[in-house]
Design a protein around this ligand. Structure first.
Ligand code: PEP
Ligand code: MG
Length: 760
């Protein structure tokens, strides 16, 4: 450690690599805490670095790791909240910086610490939201050593480390509570896993692992547990049909755009004489009922799994699901898992949007995926469905025995397998508090203004019709993005013009005179339509997707445009946006298609909206150099940051392995966003951000400072976005944006993002 203050402000913060080393590199919790204090002391050029964590059971703050103090004091120094300078920091949630700590009236002397020589004292609270976690302390021999900059740096470091420290604290509790059973290596390994938040929330439930390999066909149950008479088999077939119909009804109420389709494959298989008859024949030949079901289902699963088409391959999963339901109904004693996913946390390798729907209809509590990225569309749909979802690249999660208790803290991306009582209680308390806070603080959403009176428009991104209610309850100003893919993705065939019309009409009717922006089909990439054969591509993200697909399949495009225009007849403010526009020519072709659809509709004497505003999604780097010309032709821009980042930085947004390269704060991204906004402002057209970046508190001041005045975000982010905006002033935000735009390095930008007040 050094004695002199030889520092540059940015070096006071930790960089991402350092944080990652700390979290991934440490082998155990104590090691992590120890490395943390060493790193903090190093950054602050301090002699002493210590961390105190709050122990819920004893209600003490306990010294958990230190460098510089006597190591034997770890675990022994304890104090109450409010006691001594550390306790005061914890209680007040405020940093305490003392030039001469020993002279302070609150100073408490701990003989065992060996802290006599250290005069300068700086402590900051570690907290997550309203939850107090502990205190981070640095000390130095020289009086008056720490200053304002150190306080800011310590705060920034504490906030960077909060998530990891909170998890470390939970793990410590977990260790105290659970004595692992012998040979429980897997459970031990999976006791705590840090993944990524795909959709926030909290769930505590037993797990069910989706494997689609036939293993889950109740193969562990002996024949004697199943009925044996053919008539009982036929009764079970009927009961299965009834259960599927009930599930379907539940789904239809919750998700009207998918009604009557999601279990279509199940019904068709049940109707297929070869399936049920083959089972019956075997039963009549003396094969046991359960074996007959497993054999026939297994035969078809193998057949479908080896089919060349992705669509047919998927059917293997449907057959497995169906056979499992059937077997459950064949059990003599009511089986526990009639709806095997109901009330469970589901672990799967991969899920399709339609799988998510099925799971939602069964009221699953949460989802853990062992592959995928957090901006992928299943993640977006999970958020729409309010299903907590975590993505963790841990294939061994698939080996967890069915029914293992799990606690999913999807807000933090944490997975606790077989959680201890303490952990469960803590989460339940937090969950209740959050619910109560949400109710108590729900503001009436009317207009949004910055602190200095600038008006900002807030719109909602909608994927499902069921989300309109929340958006309307929040009194949102309109829909800034309706993704039309959903009805296409959950069907087994292209939805007809009429089906689409009904969905869009409901959207327009519900929103009344508020604006509605409907995006034309953004299919392709990871959102493949399995029923369109020949769409398999080596590089689907760079393939015939989005507007290219629409222009290529002109009939499909015209059908959709007709449905949109008809649904918008009489609507006040209808907007249509074309996704992934890469050239002026493409935008013009799309506009021509709208004109053609209008001519058609007029000829047929059908009512339609005669003049919707036509806009372009700005999400490909290719349009940056024609942005001014495009701004002259488009009625508005919608910035799709999810794809803009993916394509500018060549990082697959769904690939967890390159997630660290998905950097919204990259200088080229920020500068491009600025160019786009400036071009729109110059051409006097509206510009909205509708990608995930738009709801992130660290980027909202940047957008405002860069001149953006319209945000479209998932409905459940509306309130937090509003809260961030009303706290901002345009002049501060502009200075902040200027500073960010002037910074050419990733590290420099990250440092500024962490401490915006430094600039403003
Ligand atoms: C985007 O790319 O930012 C966007 C809003 O569209 P999607 O997430 O549907 O691709
Ligand atoms: Mg996009």
């Amino acid at each position: 450690m050094m004695t002199s203050k030889n520092r540059d402000h940015l070096n006071l913060l930790c960089d991402i690599g350092e944080l990652a080393n700390l979290i991934i590199g440490s082998t155990d919790i104590q090691g992590f805490l120890q490395q943390t204090v060493e790193m903090v002391a190093r950054h602050l050029n301090a002699y002493v670095g210590s961390i105190y964590l709050y122990d819920d059971t004893t209600r003490d703050l306990v010294l958990k790791a230190t460098v510089g103090l006597n190591p034997s004091a770890v675990g022994r120094i304890r104090m109450k909240s409010g006691e001594g300078l550390v306790g005061k920091t914890f209680e007040s949630r405020q940093p305490i910086c003392e030039a001469r700590a020993s002279g302070h009236p609150d100073f408490k002397y701990f003989k065992e610490a060996g802290e006599d020589p250290f005069e300068s004292f700086l402590a900051v609270p570690i907290q997550r939201g309203k939850e107090k976690i502990g205190v981070l302390v640095v000390q130095h021999e020289h009086a008056g050593y720490f200053d304002e900059i150190d306080v800011m740096a310590m705060r920034a470091i504490a906030s960077q480390l909060t998530g990891a420290i909170e998890n470390a604290r939970l793990m410590i509790d977990q260790n105290r509570q659970t004595v692992p059973a012998r040979g429980d290596d897997l459970l031990e390994r999976l006791r705590f896993i840090k993944g990524k938040t795909a959709s926030g929330g909290f769930a505590h439930a037993p797990v069910t692992v989706l494997k689609a390999d036939g293993e889950s066909l109740l193969s562990d149950r002996p024949d004697s547990e199943f009925v044996s008479a053919p008539q009982d088999f036929l009764k079970a077939v009927e009961a299965t049909k009834q259960q599927l119909t009930d599930l379907q009804d539940r789904l239809a109420q919750r998700l009207p755009e998918s009604a009557s389709l999601i279990f279509e494959a199940h019904f068709m298989i049940l109707k297929d004489a070869r399936f049920v008859d083959a089972m019956l024949t075997k039963i009549e030949q003396g094969v046991s009922v359960s074996k007959a079901v497993r054999d026939v289902a297994g035969h078809y699963m193998a057949l479908f799994s080896s089919a060349p088409s992705a669509y047919l391959k998927e059917k293997a999963q449907d057959i497995e699901d169906l056979a499992r339901r059937l077997l459950n109904n064949l059990c003599k004693e009511a089986s526990e898992d009639t709806d095997h996913a109901e009330g469970r946390i589901v672990i799967a390798r991969q899920l399709l949007p339609s799988d998510l729907l099925k799971l939602a209809s069964e009221d699953v509590k949460g989802i853990v995926l062992v592959s995928g990225g957090v901006t992928s569309h299943v993640a977006i749909i999970a958020r729409s469905l309010k299903l907590p979802m975590v993505i963790a690249e841990r294939i061994d999660l698939l080996e967890l025995p069915d029914g293992t208790p799990m606690l999913l803290d999807a807000d933090m991306g944490s997975i606790h397998t077989r959680p201890s009582e303490t952990i469960i209680q803590r989460f339940e308390i937090r969950n209740q508090t959050q619910k109560a806070e949400k109710k108590a603080t729900r503001p009436i959403f009317a207009q949004t203004r910055t602190r200095d009176g600038e008006s900002v428009k807030l719109l909602a991104n909608i994927n499902l019709l069921s989300e309109i209610k929340l958006a309307k309850d929040l009194n949102v100003e309109g829909i800034g993005l309706y993704r039309t893919e959903f009805p296409f993705l959950v069907r087994s065939n292209l939805p007809s013009e009429e089906e689409q019309y009904l969905v869009y009409k409901r959207l327009c009717d519900e929103m009344g005179d508020r604006e509605v922006t409907i995006r034309t089909l953004d299919i392709g990439g990871e959102k493949l339509l399995p029923y369109l054969e020949g769409t398999k591509e080596a590089n689907p993200e760079l393939g015939l997707r989005s507007i290219r697909f629409s222009l290529h399949h002109r009939k499909v495009f015209l059908q959709q445009l007709r449905a949109i225009l008809r649904a918008g007849a009489g609507a006040e403010n209808l907007k249509i946006v074309f996704p992934m526009i890469s050239a002026l020519d493409e935008f013009r072709q799309a506009r021509h298609a709208v004109e053609e659809a209008m001519v058609d509709l007029a000829r047929q004497n059908l009512p339609f909206h005669p003049a919707p505003a036509l806009g372009a999604m700005i999400e490909l780097p290719a349009v940056l150099d024609i942005i001014h010309e495009l701004a002259k032709e488009a009625a508005f821009f919608s910035i799709g940051t999810n794809d803009l980042i993916q394509y500018m930085l060549a990082v697959d947004r769904t690939n967890e392995r390159v997630a660290a390269y998905y950097q919204p704060y990259h200088p080229s991204i920020l500068r491009s966003l600025h160019r786009i906004i400036l071009a729109a402002v110059k051409a006097e057209i509206e510009v909205t951000v509708c990608g995930e970046m738009g709801h992130e508190p660290e980027f909202i001041p940047f957008f405002i400072g860069a001149g953006l005045r319209t945000f479209s975000v998932d409905p459940h982010f509306l309130r937090s976005v509003q809260e961030t905006i009303v706290d901002l002033s345009v002049s501060d935000a502009s200075a902040y944006a200027r500073a960010l735009l002037a910074e050419p390095t990733l590290a420099g930008i990250q440092a500024l993002l962490r401490s915006p007040k430094k600039v403003a």
